[in-house]
Design a protein around this ligand. Structure first.
Ligand SMILES: NC(=O)c1ccc[n+]([C@@H]2O[C@H](COP(=O)([O-])OP(=O)(O)OC[C@H]3O[C@@H](n4cnc5c(N)ncnc54)[C@H](O)[C@@H]3O)[C@@H](O)[C@H]2O)c1
Length: 398
């Protein structure tokens, strides 16, 4: 049996928390589109030509949970991310997407985790052989500090599942042996969760998908740093009119996202931007602006100094689409997590920093060049470990 034959027939099963949101519904349509017309999606994936031992991306299935009463098709229409000609050919399939409600609020944290574990088993029974990955696409929430929890029992008694549902989904996935992609700014990567993932051989990656403005910030900051051009100030403004944008108008919910968008610059450059003014001159602002829906716009003003300290400036205007930028990354990350689990990686995966605003794990790469290089190293590591562990190699070497 070849390595490809060994692992194929195990299609990727994305279990999405928040499956009826803007990103979740766009993901569902993208997965359906890939089955019939892969050329409309595959060219946008970074991993399209990677991981030959995985089932091709065309076989990806999507299922998951959402608090919304709408059907998946109604949710697609509600978000208005995609024009009718993109979802209409798949409307029958959209209504077949397996969705579940979140666990009832009457259950405590442990009860919610147990309920979600049962749901994961039901999804797996529906797609036998599927390689499941949890994709966290829940709304940004108010952070809960649970870093001091030393054991699962302490976590069970202290976590508030209503204010921070992400944690129940994450723990249920880990206890079920399912890798976790945390695309949200919510801090699920607390020590007790990480150690549980390590114990159970489950890889986790996060935090906060790096889709548009911050992606370009990493690229430009890395380019300025490579030329020893000194960044004197960076002003970033975003307007967006989707549910995520509305949610981020609550300062407590936006706090994590703003921190992720802000810290990254000093970390890349290796100095505090604005030090000479006594205050940070890196400013990030997010504004909810309904007319834009998912078609987000971002402006950056970058002030930098060259020879003799003479000032120069860049203006950047990104007219992006939030969910359209996000979905290829989610599809990629799902594939990465399966490959990483097959390669026996567990716990946090800092090498996936390319995909995240706030990469978690030990010493994640900061500059664009380092992030791309780490991705390549990680791919080789996966390929080597999986090849070494394949039945054909074991037969050859025994
Ligand atoms: N789109 C991007 O470019 C981007 C980039 C980085 C991070 N993110 C993050 O990804 C997440 C998803 O973004 P979105 O635009 O799809 O948001 P969204 O608000 O459209 O979707 C969130 C979904 O979660 C559902 N939900 C709420 N509570 C739930 C619960 N307890 N259980 C199950 N479902 C629940 C909601 O009903 C909604 O359908 C957000 O946290 C956002 O900050 C998005």
């Amino acid at each position: 049996m070849t390595i490809s034959e060994f692992s194929k027939s195990q299609p990727l099963l994305l279990l999405v928390a928040g499956v009826k949101g803007a990103v979740g519904t766009t993901l569902t349509v993208a997965a359906a589109t890939m089955r019939y017309n892969p050329e409309m999606v595959l060219p946008n994936l970074v991993t399209a030509d990677k991981f030959p031992y995985l089932e091709p991306s065309q076989a990806i299935q999507v299922a998951g949970w959402d608090a919304s009463e709408k059907t998946p098709l109604e949710a697609v229409k509600l978000h208005g991310v995609l024009k009718k000609d993109l979802w209409e050919p798949h409307k029958d399939e959209l209504d077949l997407v397996q969705t579940k409600k979140p666990p009832p609020a009457s259950l405590d944290f442990q009860g919610q985790v147990e309920q979600l574990q049962q749901d994961i088993q039901t999804f797996r029974d529906h797609y036998p052989g599927g390689r499941a990955v949890l994709i966290n696409l829940l709304p940004a929430c108010v952070q809960q500090d649970l870093t001091h929890c030393k054991s699962l029992s302490q976590l069970y008694s202290e976590a508030d599942p209503t204010g921070f549902p992400d944690l129940s989904y994450t723990l249920a996935a880990i206890l079920s042996g399912v890798p976790v992609v945390n695309f949200t700014p919510n801090e699920v990567e607390i020590p007790v969760i990480i150690s549980e993932a390590q114990k159970r051989g489950v890889p986790m990656s996060g935090r906060d998908g790096k889709t548009g403005q911050t992606y370009l910030k990493v690229v430009l900051a890395s380019a300025l740093k490579a030329r020893n051009l000194i960044v004197d100030g960076w002003y970033s403004l975003n307007i967006l009119g989707n549910a995520d944008g509305k949610n981020l108008m609550d300062p407590e919910r936006a706090a994590g996202k703003l921190t992720n968008k802000t810290e990254i610059l000093d970390e890349i450059l290796g100095y505090n931007v604005g030090e000479r003014y006594g205050v940070s001159s890196h400013k990030v602002q997010i504004d909810y602006y309904p007319p834009r829906g998912d078609a987000k716009e971002a402006w950056d003003v970058i002030d930098f100094l060259g020879l003799f300290g003479l000032p120069m400036s860049i203006r950047l205007n990104l007219q992006g689409r939030d969910s359209i930028l996000a979905v290829p990354l989610v599809l990629d990350l799902g594939r990465w997590m399966v490959a990483l689990q097959m390669a026996a990686r567990s716990g946090l995966i800092p090498e996936l920093g390319f995909y995240y605003k706030q990469p978690v794990g030990h010493k994640p790469p900061q500059t664009f060049q380092a992030q791309v290089a780490k991705l390549r190293e990680l791919e080789l590591e996966c390929n080597q470990k999986i090849e070494a562990d394949s039945p054909s190699t074991r037969l050859r070497t025994s």
